[in-house]
Every structure is written in structure tokens, then in C-alpha cells.
Design a protein around this ligand. Structure first.
Ligand code: ADP
Length: 449
């Protein structure tokens, strides 16, 4: 196992990783920008190193400073958390060149999954169901028309280099397609410096369902079930649950095994998430994230498995702690991402938290890096914390969530707590009856005069 792990991140996820390291007896190094001197991850780490000024590109994204911090402190591994450098193949490569372990997959696997066309091709080769569409980039109009006619309208045009849901255009007819192709290309060129696009069947009312996998890098792979993250605003997940209200045990086992086998066959090392759109009983691969996800605690709640422990183990070559047959799914878990934003307008609300009280009790977990008196800096994402609630079934989980939301106090700044207080009482949510467009429609309707 490692002696000392440097955590190349901030906020709740830095703290989350730090906790796992402590439990395994591993010393921790926090890095921080000058804006984060009083952050919780800095206070709780064994050592800390300031790596630059507030803007992320000068600190949390500054590879040279982070490598230097490893050398100064003698850290033998780096955990990247999520975001920042977690899916940066060059970072993984540079660390390996310095004989520092990157706690994640190989640079090669990060690169494959970072390229949308390559990822889809790899997924299809490994037996994962993909969205019907073009094999690769589409260059001319004739080819585009042929492919669209083949898969049937509506279709969606996506930028190969796209991300964050940007650079997508839907075409419902052949006339639409000609215009959409041109605009998608020019937008992709301007936004990503690469105007290559590809075509897929457009799914009208899908759910977002993702499968958690872990591979040991030596040919073993397991799945830890799925998460349903259909409740999204502007492609950002807001509420996540495990299991998905839409799947039964047989479907869970089938899609889980497909993903676990793919991971094993790839020789994938580390935690990963295979993301799907799900419609009419069919799964359609959209991408694979080669890192820990924000919403990983719902999986931990129903499996009792610490995913960061597993990441540390496989990175150190110690293998997985569990076999597939030992992984079971108990009850139901829901996570709410509570942001420092106005619950109606979603305007960011940085500032000082004056009072802070978190709920507790059986089945309740709060992952957060804030405290009373803490000032949320304006430079980074607006996550205050994640409330994760577990119950023996979905009804118990929802009732528990409702009482936790009533207990939660964040004063001094605005938060999205009121949004969750509304959602937990909504009939569609209670029935688990929602798709990826549900939340935006609900927000539009509730803000209408
Ligand atoms: P990005 O990397 O930009 O986030 P994704 O491929 O993950 O791109 O897609 C982001 C979102 O766009 C999906 O979660 C879904 O809401 C929508 N989307 C992507 N592909 C399709 C599709 N074929 N049909 C319908 N919606 C889609």
C-alpha cells in the first residue's frame, strides 16, 4: 500500500479521499490555492502545500506545481478526485514518468474514453450496447443524409470534441439536417477547435442510468449496480439514486455483467462509470468516465463498499477486496447536491456561511467541506455539500430524506435546499416517474407567472 497520498483536489471530494486514506493508515498531503488556506481538507491533512493563486489553471490544474508538491513531500501516489486533472491523460503520464502512482486508469484508457468516437467504437467492440449512428466522424452532407435515413429521424449531431452537453443539434427532417450539420460544425470549430461531428439516433424521453465498475488492471472487473441520474438541469446532475426506479434485478444483472466483462477484457484499472441513456427497455452507451463520480456515495450506501478504498487498493496492485458474487444491493439511497445558488434562479451565491447544521441519524451521510464561518470562494464550483440518505426501501428513503431536508440549516448564503424540499414532495418523483427532461420542465412550469 502507499505511504503517502497527495490529493490533487479541493472541497468535499478532497475530504472524502482523505478519510479513506486515514482509514487505511496512509498519510495525506493536501494541496491548495491561496483562496483555500482555511479549507477543511487543508486543516485535516497531515501536510499541506500551497500550489498557487485562486484561478484553477494556476493552482489545481497546474501540473508542474502538483508534481513539485509530490517531490517536496515525498508522496508516492496522487488521487485526482473528480474534475480538475482527473481525466487528463498527460497528467497521468507525467506522474508515472516521475514514478508517482496516478490513482486511476492508465493514460491510454483515459485517452480512449476521452475521445467520443473512439470510446463508442471501443464500447461496441466490448459488447456494450451503443446508440445507433455513424461509425465515425461525418464529413459530407450526402453521407449524413444516408446515415440519418438509415437510422431514422430524429437524429442528433454531436461534436467529437464536445463536452458538458455542448455542441449538439437535433434534426427532425432531412431539411433540418442540412442546417444542423452546418451549425454544429461551425459551433464545434469555434468552441473546441475541432469541427468534426458525428450522428446518432435522437432519444426523446430517455433516463440517464450509469453503471459503476471497478477493474484491477489485471483482467478482473466487477460492477456495483447502477445509479439513476435523470434529474438534471443543463446537463448537470441534481439528484441521484441507487437503484434506478426503472430497473428490476434481472435488468440490473444483465447490464452490470456486460459492463464488468468489458472492464475485465480491457484490463481496466480503477473505478469507472459507464453511462447510458435508457429508453423503452434499451440501453444506449453515451460515455465512460474514467474516475470517481460525484454521486458515488449512493452506490456505497447500497453496497457497503468504499469505492475510494477500492481505488487505492487496485492502484497499489493489491487487487479488489470483493468478488462479484459477494456484492449485494441493500435498500435504496438518494443523493441531493446542495449548491450555493438561489433555488429559483440558480444564480451563484458565494459568501460566508453564518450558521451550519447538518442532519444526522440512521442512514444519513453528509459529504461536505464547509463549516460555520467558512467563506465559499467565488472561484470554484458552487457545491456546498451532498446529502446522502439510505433506507430499507425507496419509501423509507424518501421519508428520511424529507426529514433530513427539514433539519439541514445553511445560513448566510442562498442554497438549493428549498428545491429539494419541493422535489421530495412531488408525486412524479415519489413514483420514480421522470426522464432527463423532467426537471427542466418542472422548473419552467414552477417559475411561470
Ligand atoms: P457531453 O460529454 O457533452 O456531456 P454526452 O454524450 O454525455 O455529452 O451527452 C450529454 C447529454 O446530451 C446526455 O446526458 C443527454 O441529455 C443528451 N444526449 C446525448 N446524446 C443523445 C441522444 N442520442 N439522444 C438524446 N439525447 C442525447
Amino acid at each position: 500500500m502507499f505511504n503517502k497520498v497527495l490529493i490533487a483536489n479541493r472541497g468535499e471530494i478532497a475530504l472524502r479521499v482523505l478519510r479513506a486514506c486515514k482509514e487505511l493508515g496512509i498519510a495525506t498531503v493536501a494541496v491548495h490555492s491561496t483562496a483555500d488556506e482555511s479549507a477543511m481538507h487543508v486543516k485535516l491533512a497531515d501536510e499541506s502545500v500551497c500550489i498557487g493563486p485562486p484561478p484553477s489553471r494556476d493552482s489545481y490544474l497546474n501540473i508542474h506545481q502538483i508534481v513539485a508538491a509530490c517531490e517536496i513531500t515525498g508522496a508516492d501516489a496522487v488521487h485526482p478526485g473528480y474534475g480538475f486533472l482527473s481525466e487528463n491523460a498527460k497528467f497521468a503520464e507525467i506522474l508515472e514518468a516521475h514514478e508517482i502512482t496516478f490513482i486511476g486508469p492508465t493514460a491510454q484508457h483515459i485517452s480512449i474514453m476521452g475521445d467520443k468516437i473512439e470510446a463508442k467504437r471501443t464500447a461496441a467492440r466490448l459488447g456494450i450496447p451503443v446508440v445507433p449512428g455513424s461509425e465515425g466522424g461525418v464529413s459530407d452532407e450526402r453521407e449524413a443524409k444516408r446515415i440519418a435515413a438509415d437510422i431514422g429521424y430524429p437524429v442528433i449531431i454531436k461534436a467529437t470534441a464536445g463536452g458538458g452537453g455542448r455542441g449538439m443539434k437535433v434534426a427532425r427532417t432531412e431539411d433540418d439536417l442540412v442546417v444542423a450539420l452546418q451549425t454544429a460544425r461551425s459551433e464545434a470549430g469555434a468552441a473546441f477547435g475541432n469541427d468534426e461531428v458525428y450522428i446518432e439516433k435522437f432519444l426523446g424521453k430517455p433516463r440517464h442510468i450509469e453503471v459503476q465498475v471497478v477493474g484491477d488492471g489485471k483482467g478482473a472487473g466487477v460492477h456495483l449496480g447502477e445509479r439513476d441520474c435523470s434529474l438534471q438541469r443543463r446537463h448537470q446532475k441534481v439528484w441521484e439514486e441507487a437503484n434506478s426506479p426503472a430497473l428490476n434485478a434481472k435488468q440490473r444483472k444483465e447490464i452490470g455483467e456486460i459492463c464488468a466483462n468489458a472492464v475485465a477484457e480491457m484490463g481496466y484499472r480503477g473505478a469507472g462509470t459507464v453511462e447510458f441513456l435508457y429508453e423503452n427497455g434499451e440501453f444506449y452507451f453515451i460515455e465512460m468516465n474514467t474516475r470517481l463520480q460525484v454521486e458515488h456515495p449512493v452506490t456505497e450506501a447500497i453496497t457497503g463498499i468504499d469505492l475510494v478504498h477500492e481505488q487505492l487498493r487496485v492502484a497499489a496492485g493489491a487487487g479488489l477486496s470483493v468478488r462479484q458474487s459477494e456484492i449485494t444491493f441493500e435498500g435504496h439511497a438518494i443523493e441531493c447536491r446542495i449548491n450555493a445558488e438561489d433555488a429559483r434562479t440558480f444564480m451563484p451565491s458565494p459568501g460566508t456561511i453564518t450558521h451550519y447544521h447538518t442532519p444526522g441519524g440512521l442512514g444519513v451521510r453528509v459529504d461536505s467541506g464547509v463549516y460555520a464561518g467558512y467563506r465559499i470562494p467565488p472561484y470554484y464550483d458552487s457545491l456546498i455539500g451532498k446529502l446522502i440518505v439510505h433506507g430499507r426501501n425507496r419509501v423509507e428513503c424518501m421519508m428520511r430524506l424529507r426529514r433530513c431536508l427539514d433539519e439541514f440549516v445553511v445560513d448566510g448564503i442562498k442554497s438549493t435546499l428549498p428545491l429539494f424540499q419541493d422535489l421530495v414532495q412531488n408525486i412524479d418523483i415519489a413514483n420514480g416517474d421522470y426522464d432527463i427532461h423532467w426537471l427542466e420542465k418542472y422548473l419552467a412550469a414552477s417559475s411561470a407567472p
